[in-house]
Design a protein. Structure first.
Length: 320
């Protein structure tokens, strides 16, 4: 018996989207942040990013080709994007061998162990980052100071804004202008708020993402930290400092919005974003670790199936 394909009558809707189009669109949006990291960290930023991207692409090819026995899909841009996002969560002086281990964890554990793109529960780049943070805490929390363009592993290091906030040294925090531009210590992709916001505007313009997740995260952190600042301004930093420091904007714009690991409905996205914002704020303000964005996203990744089951999008043509 022949298996025939029957197509129903029109109308049909096609948006013109594809995996590769969206992946490379996000990569374009990350260019401003990458250029800023090159400007402030120079050789270290280049080595970390290139190593991470190459390692992710190679590991994905090898796993698909020889372990999964399927045609490699490294040209769709997903492995490249994972490599860039992983690099953006790392300090610019991290040794090459540690970066390669992180790439293996991101691709092998965070992505391919679930079956590849579209099946992973957690954001692969964050899986790699947290794996390295737990395995190599000293190297992952040593932050080179900006301006050392030719230095790599021998760069002079200093404290990040969040570390200063966590230690109560609010008088040593850089100015808001420096934090907007990116002249402060931190991971490659988290130092310049302006560069990340330019990428956000591009993603919204191209309709690659919607505003619901990033805005709900940023608004929740602003409100929660703002309340705590009003209660005790001597102990808790202003909400603007929290918005402009750490991996908040990088995570809210480029990592929490991952299609696979975030909710499908707009209301679900808002719940998801509020949850990330609350968890990040609680970890930052009351935890021993100054940054909580990575952990917050991974926790809410795990809750995404539950959110999808209770908050479902309205079916096409459905009523109110």
């Amino acid at each position: 018996m022949e298996n025939n394909l029957y197509v129903s009558p029109s109308p049909h809707i096609h948006g013109g989207d594809s995996i590769s189009k969206n992946m490379y669109g996000v990569l374009i949006a990350l260019i401003p942040a990458f250029l800023v990291s090159l400007y402030f960290f120079g050789l270290g930023a280049l080595i970390v990013t290139v190593t991470s991207v190459l390692a992710c692409v190679v590991f994905e090819y090898l796993i698909q080709r020889f372990l999964m026995k399927k045609e490699p899909t490294i040209c769709d841009g997903s492995a490249i994007l994972t490599g860039v996002l992983l690099a953006f969560n790392l300090p610019s002086n991290l040794p090459v061998w540690i970066i390669i281990i992180g790439a293996l964890a991101a691709i092998g554990i965070g992505k391919m162990s679930f079956g590849g793109l579209g099946n992973n529960i957690f954001n692969p780049a964050l899986v790699g980052r947290v794996f390295l943070l737990i395995s190599f805490p000293a190297q992952m929390t040593t932050w080179p100071e900006p301006g050392q363009l030719t230095a790599y592993t021998d760069a002079t290091t200093g404290a990040t804004v969040l570390s200063l906030i966590n230690e109560g040294q609010l008088d040593k925090i850089p100015t808001l202008i420096d934090m907007l531009i990116g002249e402060m210590g931190g991971s490659l992709g988290e130092v310049s708020a302006i560069a990340l916001l330019l990428g956000f505007a591009f993603l919204l313009w191209k309709k690659i993402i919607t505003w619901h997740i990033p805005v709900s995260i940023l608004a929740t952190v602003f409100v929660f930290t703002g309340i705590m600042h009003l209660v005790n301004p001597a102990q808790y930093a202003s909400p603007l400092l929290h918005l402009l420091s750490g991996g908040l904007m990088l995570g809210a714009i480029f990592m929490a919005t991952d299609y696979v690991t975030s909710p499908m409905s707009k209301n679900g996205m808002i719940v998801y974003g509020v949850g990330i914002g609350l968890l990040t704020s609680v970890i930052r303000l009351f935890g021993s670790y100054p940054e909580g964005m990575s952990f917050a996203i991974l926790i809410m990744n795990a809750l995404t199936p539950l959110i999808n089951s209770y908050i479902k999008p309205k079916h096409f043509g459905g009523g109110k």
